[in-house]
Design a protein around this ligand. Sequence first.
Ligand code: SAH
Length: 454
Amino acid sequence: MVEKNKHYNIEITGVSSDCNGVGQIDGFAVFVPMTVTGDVAEIVVVKVLSRYAIGRVLNIITPSPMRKEPECPVFKRCGGCHLQHIKYKNQLEIKRGFIEAAMQRIGGFDGFKCDEVLGMENPERYRNKCIFPIGTDRNGEVVSGFYAKRSHEIIPVTDCMAGQELNGKIVDAVKEYMSEVNIKPYDEATHTGLVRRVFIRDGRNSGEIMVVVSVNGKNVPKREILIKKLRSISENIVSIFININEKQTNNVLGEENKLIYGKPEIEDTLCGIKFSISPHSFYQINPYMTEKLYGKALEYAQITEKDKVLDVYCGIGTISLSASKTAKHVTGIEIVEQAVKDAKKNAENNGITNAEFFADSAENAVPKLIESGIRPDVVILDPPRKGSDEATLRAIAQAEPKRIVYVSCNASTLARDAKFLAELGYTPTKCTGVDMFPHTSHVETVVLLQRQNT
Ligand code: SAH
């Protein structure tokens, strides 16, 4: 019997999909955060539930060969990364295991294999979007950084290694401005104060930077001081917004943006295509790996100049426009109207005339398109974390495309949907993971599903 508060020695034999090490004590599963397969650790049991217990490491007796010293000083407290205590090549293997486990257990695909998880050469400074909450610490000092695990306590971080180096300077400039004009950070508990977050986006290929200061109000005082401070950091800061976020909400940005300096959009190039990005646009956050991800998706899609392609959940049209280079025609479906406007504009700016975009939900639009007689040869699906739905998948299968390429940021919903597609005649034949978010628990997966009789 595993008992609460008792100390045990445990050997860690695996890592769960939420990145906790797991081992057994007397045949009972115990999850231990911050451990990895191969560790032998002394732990204290902090919680016992009916089917498992949770432990906390007191001492690593024998470190796993996969272990390494985390490089970030706040790794243990910050909620951003989960795997920095594990060597990068092992992180990739662990993620491959997550994908295979989901496809086998949830999808029911016995012995399913994922070829590999493509990793970064240098898995740092990859994020082109960072959000720094601003608040007050216990001593009344203004702090900025990231939220602690499962909380809204701000862990002070000036230089997060996931983002570009300039971010720290940008956040400091905003704090300096706040102190100079005497404005307070937002306080969640009392819904008072002004500055909530600093949101920074950079176009990795263009170098252009956008700064959005989200505030609990309609404006900021003496904004020329803010603009001057930001512009003195880098002339690449070409777009500065105030975002109006007056609601009591966890949403990073409110609906309304006020441009206070420069251009309303920054530009970036991805897969040789130019994209305009506004504060609310969805844009993949790791540009290096996005190119690998789309490359793999298009490799699986094997699009020829005769093929009609349907890209469902197309966002601002990144995959659609890449596919349009070889396809006869591409149709993109996306629920967010602004994203569809961006997609159309991106097509126009790049002189692409064989792609069209519709703002509608997949579950509504796809069955209608198929009913109207459209027969795509290849379908690309890139849904949000909750995955696709039966109406969309059924309609796609009815149209009998040769190939379905499913791009997913959540292996569990991917496996569930792949199982449903398998019942409708599609077999997952190839799978690759792409490490879009190094050091975190997340992994992107690309699966090729082929019609059984083709
Ligand atoms: N393929 C794009 C975006 C993928 S993210 C890219 O790689 O950049 C998933 C997208 O699905 C988001 O843009 C989101 O707005 C959209 N979405 C979410 N639910 C949807 C639904 N029910 N129907 C259509 N699109 C949806």
